[in-house]
Write a protein that binds this ligand. Structure first.
Ligand code: NAD
Length: 299
């Protein structure tokens, strides 16, 4: 089916959903959108979506339903317990839940979808708002090969790297492994940079040395936490926007749960979790700053 023939419902038009839906419209998909925020819904209409009066109305005739919601409670309430969207979706339609939630939540959604003849993929993303705007998100998918194949054209319109991590819930597990590692190397990068500065080094020079040496990592390469080293990242804009501390804490909480359930040893993840919690408690607005503000813990 070509993009113009496929009808998509998109629910959750926030920081991530808004640019994702703009890319779908730009690539020729017919999108019926819904958000509880009328402001968010209007922005989606401005980029070419049709506004639905409710989530139920949005999904009623959709081939593919994409959800991009804040957390697992909202996902379960919307899809299963309250609005019961899975029951409203046409049989054979495909649900692609891009929200970051616990793998156990995704498993419940998959089971419910299966029982209703709805195909399902958990497909959390990596890359943040910048990649959502550029259409270069990474999607980490969990579900059957068949559902993964069916989602390719929609995901390809919003992302550049589309992975199948495994069966139901595997996308969420891959996502929290990735974000636990991200928290660890961002905290470690901030710690090393601040120690260098405290010992008289220029953070620009030190960043370049470590970037090209064995300490090189994504935080140094793309998202330096020290103000002024990279002009375009949140650290150089008072840590505004980007990937908020509260979202990183949500992901570290999910990682801690996944660690407990599987009896995994995660001392580095636990330490990063404690540092981000300490950062959150350091001021009233700390949780609404970008996560690279973890540097402040070391100052
Ligand atoms: P957000 O809070 O900006 O957007 C969520 C949207 O969902 C809001 O517009 C809200 O009004 C809407 N919503 C909430 N309840 C709803 C309901 N019952 N029905 C319809 N709409 C509803 O969040 P975001 O930053 O876009 O993140 C969305 C998801 O993506 C989260 O799970 C987050 O963890 C994940 N994520 C975010 C980033 C990032 O950088 N922001 C990066 C990767 C993954």
């Amino acid at each position: 089916m070509s993009s113009s023939e496929q009808s998509v419902a998109f629910i959750g038009l926030g920081n991530m959903g808004a640019p994702m839906v703009a890319n779908l419209c730009a690539k020729g998909f017919r999108v019926r959108a819904f958000d509880v925020s009328t402001q968010a819904l209007q922005k989606a209409v401005d980029v070419g979506c049709t506004a639905a009066a409710s989530a139920v109305e949005a999904v009623a005739a959709a081939d593919v339903v994409v959800t991009m919601l804040p957390n697992g409670e909202i996902v379960e309430s919307l899809l299963i317990d309250e609005q019961r969207l899975l029951e409203e979706m046409p049989s054979g339609a495909l649900l692609v839940d891009c929200s970051t939630v616990a793998a156990s939540t995704s498993l419940r959604v998959h089971q419910c979808a299966d029982s209703l003849g709805v195909r399902c993929l958990d497909a959390p993303v990596s890359g943040g708002v910048g990649a959502a705007k550029a259409g270069t998100l990474a999607f980490m998918c969990g579900g059957t090969e068949e559902a993964f194949a069916a989602a390719q054209s929609v995901l390809g319109a919003m992302g550049a790297n589309i992975f199948r991590a495994g069966d139901a819930g595997a996308g969420q597990t891959a996502k929290i492994c990735n974000n636990m590692l991200l928290a660890v190397h961002m905290a470690g990068t901030a710690e090393a940079l601040q120690m260098g500065v405290n010992n008289g080094l220029d953070p620009v020079v030190l960043s370049e040395i470590m970037r090209k040496s064995s300490g090189g990592n994504w935080s140094l390469e793309k998202y330096n936490p020290y103000p002024g080293v990279m002009p375009e990242v949140p650290a150089s804009n008072d840590y505004a926007g980007g990937f908020l501390v509260r979202l990183m804490l949500k992901d570290l909480g999910l990682a801690a749960n996944a660690g407990n359930i599987s009896d995994s040893k995660t001392p580095m993840g636990d330490q990063a979790h404690a540092l981000f919690q300490q950062l959150k408690e350091s001021s009233e607005d700390a949780q609404d700053k970008d996560f690279s503000s973890i540097l402040k813990i070391f100052q």
